[in-house]
Design a protein around this ligand. Structure first.
Ligand code: PXL
Length: 289
């Protein structure tokens, strides 16, 4: 039977201090009318930006929890994975995708591997190789430029030309995903703008959504962006409109936080702007490129 409201399996960690992963994903998707069923990868005292955080790894429990789910007759409309700490966890995500596969399943993989040209410390070569396999099972992926370069085995360039980025997006789509959404692209013509560049394979079209750039980098904004993107796709918005809503919401959340004297590690104040997600998409600044 069809779910009365869309249900998503969210495979992410739960961090106490600092708004990232499930503490951002659950309120955003609930506000957008989506039921989140978490498969928790780890529990942390805070996000990893804080010194001295404590962490409980749940890889072993994830397998047990998934075995329990398999005994219940549930159907997912979407699966969403983010930061994964080991090759074993990536294997489990592949198992979740294979088990719940159906013609309408939306599979979104945020291939969290690095930023600013560098892989994050815990990322091993093996984990990057496994992530390349995982993205082949996704409909939609949301890498930043660093992650795109790691997935394509190419050297990192900070501000590539738009033609180059389009070519890379196309190359990633050839590995499997229908939609490739590249986040945090600096505009090569205007340093005051930051853009998301995307490619939809089925209609062979490239999109750009831009917003003004603020000089601050908060943890969790990638999770916020991808959650709104998914909520919008599950409301049957087109990809460029879903990106537009995600860019607008993330930018509003950053703006609601930016002018305050607050520790950056705490992330952004999504509760200030959550209600804006209840309105349908307002059009819209996407461009066909
Ligand atoms: O995706 C952001 C994120 C998720 N999980 C943990 C993090 C962060 C960012 O800092 O520390 C534990």
């Amino acid at each position: 039977m069809k779910n009365p409201i869309p249900r998503i399996a969210a495979i992410h960690d739960l961090s106490g201090l600092g708004k990232v992963s499930l503490t951002a994903i659950i309120p955003i998707l609930s506000t957008m009318g989506v039921q989140v069923t978490p498969l928790v990868t780890a529990v942390l005292s805070s996000n990893t930006e804080y010194d001295g955080f404590e962490m409980l790894d749940l890889t072993k429990e994830m397998k047990l929890f998934l075995n329990h789910w398999k005994k219940e007759n549930i159907k997912f409309d979407a699966i969403y994975s983010g930061f994964l700490g080991s090759e074993q966890q990536i294997d489990i995500v592949r198992d979740v995708i294979d088990y719940y596969q159906n013609d309408d399943l939306l599979v979104v993989v945020d291939p969290v591997l690095g930023d600013d040209g560098k892989a994050y410390k815990p990322m091993t070569t093996g984990l990057i190789e496994q992530m390349k396999v995982l993205i082949s099972k996704a409909n939609t992926i949301t890498p930043n430029l660093t992650e795109l370069c790691l997935l394509l085995d190419i050297p990192y360039i900070n501000t590539p030309e738009i033609g180059q980025i389009k070519d890379w997006a196309f190359q990633l789509s050839q590995k499997g995903p229908e939609n490739v959404v590249i986040t945090g692209v600096q505009n090569d013509q205007n340093p005051h703008l930051t853009s998301v560049i995307a490619y939809t394979k089925a209609i062979n079209k490239f999109w750009r959504v831009s917003c003004s750039y603020l000089p601050a980098s908060y943890p969790g904004t990638g999770d916020i962006f991808t959650s709104v993107l998914i909520g919008s796709l599950l409301q049957a918005d087109s990809l460029p409109i879903a990106i537009d809503r995600a860019v607008q919401f993330t930018s509003q959340a950053i703006r609601s936080t930016f002018a305050r004297d607050r520790n950056i590690k705490e992330g952004v104040l999504i509760e200030k702007v959550l209600d804006s997600l209840k309105s349908p998409a307002i059009i819209s600044s996407y461009e066909l490129i």
